[in-house]
Design a protein around this ligand. Sequence first.
Ligand code: HMG
Length: 390
Amino acid sequence: MKIGIDKIGFYAPHLYVDMNKLAIARDVEPAKFTIGIGQEEMAFAPMTQDTVTLAANAALNILDEADKQKIDFVIFGTETGIDSSKASAVYVHDLLGINPDARSIEMKQACYAATAAIQMAKGHIALNPESKVLVLASDIARYGLRTGGEATQGAGAVAMLISADPKILALEEKSAYHTSDVMDFWRPTYTDKAIVDGKLSNEQYIEFFAKVWEQYKVKTDASFSDFEAICFHLPYTKMGQKALKPLLPETDEVTQNRLLENNEASKTYNKRIGNIYTGSLYLSLLSLLETKEDLEEGARIGLFSYGSGAVGEFFSGILQPGFKGALQPTRHKEILDSRKEIDVAEYEERFNNTLPTDGSTLELEKEDDPSSIYLAGIKDHMRQYVNDNR
Ligand code: HMG
């Protein structure tokens, strides 16, 4: 039985910062951010958007009523969840009106959690072929103003429907994974900003890719030439190629050129959003599928997932007949193009203006946030969510 991605969509908040302007404000050569790091715009979430609403808005765009009845498992991957106890999946389950006879959980391992969620969904569908699983990957990446990581922040979510006989990508059985206790990036529960050793994190990412690729080759007998493209977790868009390039000499020139060309296509949306942690790899997959026009049915796509701390996995999937008809490039372009730019002063002010953590009541104005699902305030320590479509 084929199991894989039947539907996929993303959502990004309606505000962004221009990376050229951020560079000037930080007294940095703009080319460092736009070429050296590879980011053009950085999505910024207003107070009315948190990880729950971003995920719910992403899922709203892909699900129909029949899907909502079939979904019996909602898995939410995030490292910037809103509660240490209750799963964000439960809020999304309610906001979207999903079949009540369902499981809903949250998973965590830095940027890797959505990959773990997909693997769990695959196992669930193997046992229950009629069911559909909603996998959500949603995060707001914050390092802090004027920090080394600032240029690699972002906000957004990817929603995926995993099912038997998927319309887009059938996942192959074998995959290679690796865990090692590394302090390259982490976020203690008392802070909303990540702590990172940037240089170590880059090194570990590159090392993990080499390790899982080596393991994958042993398990499958595959080589780079078997792949049309390889999508990477993209904390910033230059990262994937930094891991890929050192290994390319093991393949022929035609394959090298193809993988590098497709790597460019796989950065398209990420360049305009930034790091969305758990969703970044899947945003990269969407970029590839929706912007590379000559991709063919039957092509094999590799996926490298990395979550600091650290866990890495390499796995693969085959593009399904008619996959293009199941994508939404026009809607996704519209989400990106209709956003509003905020200047650096407004970004800094908004960055410092966070939700209360002392239980006080807050009512939020939706203002120009066009999202159907948003946070309307906090009362009695409870976030007040609204779905305008209900
Ligand atoms: P930095 O020290 O600001 O930058 O940190 P740099 O000095 O390393 O320069 C970056 C690149 O810009 C270099 O290119 C420079 O040469 C180039 P590279 O050598 O890397 O190819 N450059 C220029 N290019 C053109 N014109 C110029 C120019 N000047 C310099 N004028 C760093 C960068 C990414 C480390 C920092 O932003 C950071 O700490 N970010 C957060 C951590 C991170 O993203 N790590 C990535 C791997 S870990 C991961 O992916 C997991 C993660 O997503 C978390 C999770 O799992 O949950 C982060």
